[in-house]
Design a protein around this ligand. Sequence first.
Ligand code: 6GU
Length: 239
Amino acid sequence: MRVDVVSIFPEYFAPLGLSLLGKARAESRLELAVHDLRTWTHDVHRTVDDTPYGGGAGMVMRPEPWGEALDALADGRTRLVVPAPTGRLFTQDLAHELAAEEHLLFACGRYEGIDQRVLDHAAGRMPVTEVSLGDYVLFGGEVAVLVMLEAITRLLPGVLGNSASLDEESHANGLLEAPMYTKPAVWRELEVPEILRSGDHGKIARWRRDQALLRTAARRPDLVAALDPATLDKKDRAT
Ligand code: 6GU
């Protein structure tokens, strides 16, 4: 997958060379380039923002540099992703959807956002998706792009050594994962649940499923309400 990121703070993206994300880049599973929006300014002050029409606090990003940046970086395969608190909620489903794209172009706004005409104009040439991480406000889209890229990259073919873990993890089946334990069997007088040491794989699977249901009900009743009843078995109902 190819990814371009445009920001006035390219330094935010230094961590993308680290860890499994860095490995995905080294192995060319992810081809990532970060661009400074000011590359596409032409005045001595390299201006990217101005006061909002209609008044109000803060500054808005001017359309001209964004227009040139998108002209330079987008082609027929591009999906434009604009992080913004006004966007569609970023979920594991959306991560899967974005991971299936050939080319993602992330446009990081700062201040009060980007002049709306940039998105309206781009929408005539490519799919445009505004995406929000949740109901809170960040200074800008940079950290949101780091989050999204991490969620997307681990879904790319070959990035995770054991892709079975993709099926088991939290949110893969609409539930939170059961608690996990490793050695030692007793630590500070706390024991690993007996059943996990029993070697009975059927019972262990049932226990994990029950724990996932109980945890999800306690912590995320919204996820339980959204479950497809067809995915529940008789024993789930008893839990
Ligand atoms: Cl994607 N951007 C900004 N600026 N704030 C946010 C957000 C994104 N998601 C939640 N808050």
